[in-house]
Design a protein around this ligand. Sequence first.
Ligand code: ELE
Length: 205
Amino acid sequence: MSILDLAPVIPVVVIEDAATAVPLARALVAGGLPVIEVTLRTPAALESIRRIAAEVPDAVIGAGTVLAAADVSAAVAAGSRFLVSPGWTPALIDAMDGSGVPFLPGVATASEVLGLYERGLREMKFFPAEAAGGVPYLKALSGPLPGVRFCPTGGIKVGTARDYLDLPNVGCVGGTWLTPADALVTGDYARIEKLAGEAAALRLR
Ligand SMILES: O=C(O)C(=O)C[C@H](O)[C@H](O)COP(=O)(O)O
């Protein structure tokens, strides 16, 4: 099954302290969002992925902000079960393709989609979703590119996620709104579970 079909929302998480990784992942899973993207933007990211992979078996843990081949190997070695990048280059696609795990390369234009389409890829991240044109833009892409599905990410909130999920070429959306930085700092995992629950309910139409 595709990574796009496991949950309506992929929480994109920036973890500053690896000690928060496991309770955070448990809260997201408990709320109904098992697919979790930890961005490789902090020194704690790889250790966080390792801990979640080891201690939260119900989570499908992946790495975001994958920018180069070295990120691919480090992320997979840490236990990532999928990879997400904000954009792509041929070298990055080669590395992700050779990793053995599913991946969502970022695109924002029809030409970028076609560059991946030529290589047989049909699932991508649409980034930065809101800034690049949002729902009308993605809807316009569905006409000429009917076989391609997206995970729009960037500027999406619980109130706008439904409009994306209603598009035929959207499998799920990604976003950071489920894990507010202040909730992580104060350890407010009940709030994170509640936000995850609201997002998980988006699938129920
Ligand atoms: O780190 C990456 O690989 C990215 O491409 C960026 C993230 O997807 C966005 O930062 C999402 O953030 P929000 O807009 O707050 O939901």
